[in-house]
Design a protein. Structure first.
Length: 328
């Protein structure tokens, strides 16, 4: 099965930037994400069993429910062992681990909460979601800085292509960093989840989908965080990525690049512009959520194909070709 046959049939987001992916105010100044005044636990999840979950787990559960509802029950026709999930995150349990450290150094390990202790490992966050929805085919957590969410889409696409599952959910989740942690001032909080399934399966359920999302990744080696990236290295890496993603296009589509002014971000922006694309550069947050929110918004709104790209100062880069089914 080729990646081109996969269509996004469901989109779910929970974030202080807005829950409706078509109306995410990502162009506005980011509001503070400390606390959860924007997340109504009872309204989103209800019932018992969620009060003591880490905030990131709540965000991901809520976004997943929204995505599945938007896709109009895509799980029922698929055996549990043919369902998969990939989630990207950088800071889903950072605040929890910070609190655990504080408890152990001041009160002792016996004072750790039995309700939150199992979430010391990052992969327990999406595992909780997988258990709730019977996603038993495979479950993967990706933690690459900044690109992890887009890598989740790529990992799921490869799993379906390899026959590991029939459909999958791909997402990103983050929780605000503690005040003393580097990056707190640009913390991300919330989750974004996409449901991807073969176009034929979606059509059999009467669904056309929101569109398609294809991802490629690459790495830009550099001597140090401040050393310029060799122009020929950047040209070859970005050119190869575009050739894999857009083999039949003469010119690159409009691109939203999530990157800082580091040598890697600067080099990627320059090379994409050299390929004829109009590039809109957006500052990154402290995590992997922002690129997935932009992908979600791009799929939920009518418009032509465009790219969502991200370049981390450590060299990790990803490009996502977002092709909405509806045109403006």
């Amino acid at each position: 099965m080729s990646a081109a046959e996969l269509v996004v049939t469901g989109i779910g987001t929970t974030s202080p930037w807005g829950r409706d992916p078509a109306r995410l105010a990502l162009d506005a100044v980011r509001p503070p994400v400390t606390g959860e005044p924007w997340f109504d636990l009872a309204a989103e999840l209800g019932g018992r069993g969620y009060k003591y979950l880490p905030p990131s787990c709540r965000y991901l559960l809520a976004a997943t429910r929204r995505a599945l509802a938007d896709a109009d029950d895509p799980l029922s026709p698929v055996p549990e062992t043919r369902r998969g999930m990939a989630v990207g995150t950088n800071n889903a349990v950072t605040a929890l681990l910070d609190a655990m450290d504080e408890t152990m150094t001041t009160s002792g390990a016996e004072k750790l909460s039995p309700a939150t202790a199992p979430f010391f490992a990052t992969n327990t966050i999406p595992s909780r979601v997988a258990m709730e929805h019977g996603l038993k085919g495979w479950n993967l957590t990706v933690t690459t800085p900044q690109t992890a969410g887009l890598e989740a889409v790529l990992a799921g696409t490869r799993a379906v292509t390899a026959g590991r599952s029939t459909m999958f959910l791909a997402g990103a989740v983050e929780e605000a960093l503690p005040p003393h942690q580097p990056g707190h001032d640009i913390s991300e909080a919330g989750a974004a989840v996409l449901v991807l399934e073969p176009r034929a399966a979606a059509a059999a359920r009467g669904r056309t989908g929101h569109g398609t999302c294809r991802v490629v990744t690459f790495f830009l080696p550099h001597a140090s965080p401040t050393a310029p990236v060799a122009s020929h290295t950047a040209r070859q890496a970005v050119g190869d990525a575009f050739a894999r993603l857009l083999p039949d296009r003469e010119a690159a589509p409009p691109t939203r690049l999530i990157a800082d002014d580091s040598p890697v971000g600067t080099a990627v922006a320059e090379q994409i512009r050299s390929l004829g694309a109009e590039v809109d550069v957006v500052p990154p947050g402290a995590g992997a959520l922002l690129p997935m929110l932009h992908v979600s918004r791009g799929l939920a709104r009518p418009g032509p194909p465009h790219l969502v790209a991200t370049a981390c100062r450590d060299g990790s880069c990803a490009l996502a070709l977002v092709s909405p089914e509806r045109t403006a």
